[in-house]
Each structure stands twice: as structure tokens, then as C-alpha cells.
Ligand binder design. Structure first.
Ligand code: GRF
Length: 214
């Protein structure tokens, strides 16, 4: 039976679109049960509707604290007992309660070669540091922001004279390749979370799988 998945977004949803396209092509065995947004204007909701995927939206501003919002989100998700929760540009820090409730089932993608550059403005920071390599990382979510065990990284060389916007564009194209692939590893049971570690093909993976792109 296909892995029941929810995708959580706040914005444009280009990564969501990559999932939709991969599933439609029969190249990713996920049952996309819900696209959830905390922002009603998120264009990703429209992408989901066009693909016939159910949507839900709850605005976080209505809640007095982080955990009560997260519990309301979980009430919606738990209606279909998700196996996998994919954060795709979901611009909310998750409460420890939410992370614990779905332990080992939440994936995130972060636009940097973690553990380098957690947090915001990664492309600008990479250019300022003069790094030769940049990319994106898919990881299991733990309470530590952008700090959970890594599964798959896509890396590319930084070009001379490249702007942060150009770099962001190239990194996003990498994300659209690696995120569905990493989700497929989890959905098939090849990548699992256990006691704060990622296991890939049964082996503790202190380093992620790394793919290099042009
Ligand atoms: C991605 O670049 C991802 O790394 C970050 O948020 C962005 C989402 O973009 N977590 P999109 O909404 O999928 O286009």
C-alpha cells in the first residue's frame, strides 16, 4: 500500500509541484492525501487543486501559541493517519510536541549543504564566504532547527560572478530532483529514522548520500 503523505507549504510550492509531477509519472509511490498551508494565498494550494489533491489551510495567527496551532494542524493530518509529512517551504518552526507526535516521519529540505548554513539567507551567506560548493539537503526533522539526520544532498559548484538569485534558481532545480527521490527512499523503507539517526539500507548514515549536479 502506498505511503500516505501530506505536504506542508507556505508559498509558491515548486517543490510540491515536483512531487505532484513525479507521482503522476508513476516514478514515486506516494499517496498524496493532503496539501496543507498556513497561508491562504499560498500558490501551492492552487497547484494542489489543479492536481485534484485535497487541501486545508489554518492561519497560525489565530492561535495563542505555537503548540496549539500545531495541535490543530495534527487534528487535520491525523484524519488520514499519515506515514510521511513533507515540509516544502513551510515557514513555521515546529513545536517539540509536533515533532514528537510524528517522530521519524517528518522530512524537510533546506537550501544548504547542512550542517553548513542552517537558518535563512543561505545563498547570500555562501557567496559571502566564497564557498566553492553549495546545494540542498533533505533530512529528518528533529527539535533542532535544520539539524536532524541527513538523508540526501544535492551539490553544485558555485560559478564565478554568480548572484544570490541565480544560485537560488540553480539550487531549486536541484531540490526538485532530490526531494522526491529522498521521499521515495523513506516511503520504500530504504531510509529510516531510528533513535536520532538516519539508517540507509540498514546502515547508520553519519553522512548523507551526495549527488553532484551541473
Ligand atoms: C525551498 O527552497 C526549500 O529549500 C525551502 O523553502 C523553499 C520552498 O520553495 N525550505 P517552494 O515553495 O517549494 O518553491
Amino acid at each position: 500500500m502506498a505511503c500516505r503523505a501530506a505536504i506542508l507549504i507556505s508559498g509558491s510550492g515548486t517543490n510540491l509541484q515536483a512531487f505532484i509531477d513525479r507521482v503522476a509519472a508513476g516514478a514515486l509511490d506516494l499517496d498524496l492525501r493532503l496539501v496543507f498551508s498556513n497561508r491562504p494565498a499560498a500558490f501551492g494550494l492552487e497547484r494542489a487543486r489543479q492536481a485534484g489533491i485535497p487541501t486545508a489551510c489554518i492561519e497560525h495567527g489565530e492561535f495563542e501559541d505555537r503548540e496549539s496551532f500545531d495541535r490543530a494542524v495534527a487534528d487535520v493530518l491525523d484524519e488520514f493517519d499519515p506515514d510521511l509529512i513533507v515540509l516544502a517551504g513551510f515557514m513555521r518552526i515546529l513545536s517539540p510536541w509536533f515533532v514528537g507526535h510524528y517522530e521519524g516521519k517528518i522530512l524537510n529540505i533546506h537550501p544548504a549543504l547542512l550542517p553548513k548554513y542552517p537558518g535563512l539567507n543561505t545563498h547570500r551567506r555562501v557567496l559571502e564566504a566564497g564557498d566553492k560548493w553549495h546545494g540542498s539537503t533533505v533530512h529528518f526533522v528533529t527539535e533542532e532547527l535544520d539539524g536532524g539526520p541527513r538523508i540526501l544532498q544535492g551539490r553544485l559548484r558555485v560559478c564565478d560572478g554568480e548572484t544570490a538569485e541565480q544560485l537560488q534558481h540553480r539550487v531549486q532545480a536541484v531540490e526538485h530532483r532530490i526531494y522526491p527521490e529522498a521521499a521515495g527512499l523513506v516511503a520504500s523503507g530504504r531510509a529510516v529514522y531510528r533513535d536520532g539517526e538516519a539508517l540507509i539500507d540498514g546502515q547508520p548514515a553519519s553522512d548523507p548520500i551526495v549527488q553532484t549536479f551541473d
